[in-house]
Ligand binder design. Structure first.
Ligand SMILES: [Zn+2]
Length: 257
């Protein structure tokens, strides 16, 4: 019995398919007991057309059509049921084969923020430097927050004086010494490895993710809304944001310290 994949091997550019009155006709519309039965605008006659017609009839006559409606099956899962975590795992494997796992998919952190963090971990966020490398015209590739360096992911989120000040507030709230990081990966690894109690680890990771997100938001507010804000305000935003996520019933700085 032929497998579904056999039908996918029918090239859409077959000459004989183009001879049908309706090129977009489904296989269901064009099959009969002998196999493929088209409604020709011109009957196949050349050797190529006749050969293709024969191939089509063989493929279709060998295929076991079901009487049930078509449905999607998720080939990456054993049970063929679609699951986001499996898709994400496979995407991780495909896109960051050599990178260690740096992002924890904490269910209380909104998905759009986790996806942003995932892109950060792969250095794929639309900084002006990244956009200009993709051939997009930008007014300036300098960091909008400090105007002192090119806006690359590392500079914007870790090395910029704005980000450093924001993180200084955050670490102070966490009763931790200010930390310096040589890369975004180092920051994410630090956050992933910090602590040894599950609840505290999760809160701290959420705080770091929230900080990165809020710095990006502050940058966007400045770029798109011409609304500057000070690092202390951004750190305040982190506090409110993460407090909502972790729902621990008390201020998170008390839990972490
Ligand atoms: Zn900067």
């Amino acid at each position: 019995m032929a497998e579904l994949e056999d039908l996918n091997t029918i090239p859409a550019n077959m000459f004989v398919v183009n001879l049908d009155k309706k090129k977009s006709a489904s296989i269901l519309e064009r099959r009969n007991e002998e196999g493929f039965l088209a409604k020709w605008k011109k009957t196949p006659s050349s050797p190529v057309e006749l050969n293709e017609l024969s191939q089509l009839q063989t493929i279709i006559s060998n295929f076991g059509f079901s009487s049930t409606l078509d449905s999607w099956k998720f080939s990456l899962a054993h049970d063929r049921i679609f699951r986001v975590d499996i898709l994400r795992y496979q995407a991780d494997l495909a896109l960051a084969v050599s990178s260690p796992k740096r992002i924890e998919w904490i269910h209380t952190v909104p998905l759009k923020i986790l996806v942003f963090l995932w892109r950060v971990s792969m250095d794929r966020i639309p900084t002006t430097d990244a956009l200009s490398h993709r051939g997009i015209n930008v007014n300036s590739i300098m960091c909008p927050l400090c105007q002192l360096d090119v806006e690359k992911t590392y500079h914007l989120l870790v090395n910029c004086s704005y980000s450093e000040k924001t993180f200084r507030w955050i670490f102070e709230w966490c009763s931790m010494e200010p930390q310096k990081f040589a890369s975004v990966a180092e920051l994410l690894d630090f956050a992933a490895k910090w602590g040894n109690r599950a609840k505290k680890k999760k809160i701290f990771l959420s705080v770091i993710y929230g900080t990165i997100w809020c710095i990006w938001r502050a940058r966007n507010d400045l770029v798109f809304n011409n609304t500057p804000s000070k690092p202390a305000k951004t750190a305040d935003n982190v506090n409110s944001l993460v407090f909502g996520w972790v729902n621990i019933g008390t201020k998170w700085e008390m839990e972490i310290g």
